[in-house]
Design a protein around this ligand. Structure first.
Ligand code: SF4
Ligand code: SF4
Length: 182
């Protein structure tokens, strides 16, 4: 059995069916990290600007007079829900990011991690285990590429004292709104 088959078997055994409860699209703990290519896809699908779609990943690092973070997360409305959630449905379903496509699953190397989700163990076998596995492998590749590129951007840019920067795979972005939390 190759690694892909092993992952697919574990996904199948999770007995997952999405109950469309919307729990993974709401709540402060469910931050959805998105890469620059994913932001572009969402911007194209919605006509929204990047500033309307994302905000910086909220774990700010303060060091030697400057403040920075890595990457972006989808914005939430005042109700705490993802801005794309409406009546428990995703308004950008076809363009949704990797994390959303693969929830509640993720890969840590070859290990399958399963997050809390009421849709697990609701049926004998996960129906679309093959598709979910493909999405998981695509997500892992994309995340590894993003990480590698973001590290290069971090190493190559010097940070100006007093500035607030978001590093991502496309560069170092000065951010004008003061960070809310660290
Ligand atoms: S993936 Fe899980 S938490 Fe998210 S909507 Fe489906 S059942 Fe609910
Ligand atoms: S983009 Fe769609 S699936 Fe992802 S968190 Fe928002 S509403 Fe949920």
């Amino acid at each position: 059995m190759n690694d892909t088959d092993g992952i697919k078997d574990k996904v199948r055994e999770a007995g997952f069916t999405c109950l469309l409860c919307g729990a993974c699209c709401s709540g402060a703990d469910n931050e959805v990290m998105v890469s620059p290519p994913e932001i572009e896809v969402l911007a194209e699908a919605t006509g929204m600007s990047m500033d309307e779609i994302v905000e910086p990943y909220p774990e700010w690092i303060r060091q030697d007079g400057f403040t920075f973070t890595f990457g972006w997360v989808l914005q939430r409305g005042e109700d705490g829900n993802c801005i794309f959630l409406k009546n428990n449905r995703c308004r950008v379903y076809r363009s949704r990011p990797h994390i959303c496509r693969t929830y509640p699953f993720m890969l840590d190397g070859e290990d399958l991690i399963i997050s809390e989700c009421p849709g697990c163990e609701t049926c004998g076998t996960t129906n679309d285990a093959g598709q979910i596995t493909e999405d998981l492998l695509r997500r892992r590749d994309a995340e590894n590429t993003e990480l590698e590129k973001t590290e290069k951007q971090y190493q190559k840019h010097s940070i100006i004292t007093g500035s607030t920067i978001v590093f991502d795979s496309s560069g170092a972005h000065e951010y004008s709104i003061p960070p809310k939390k660290s």
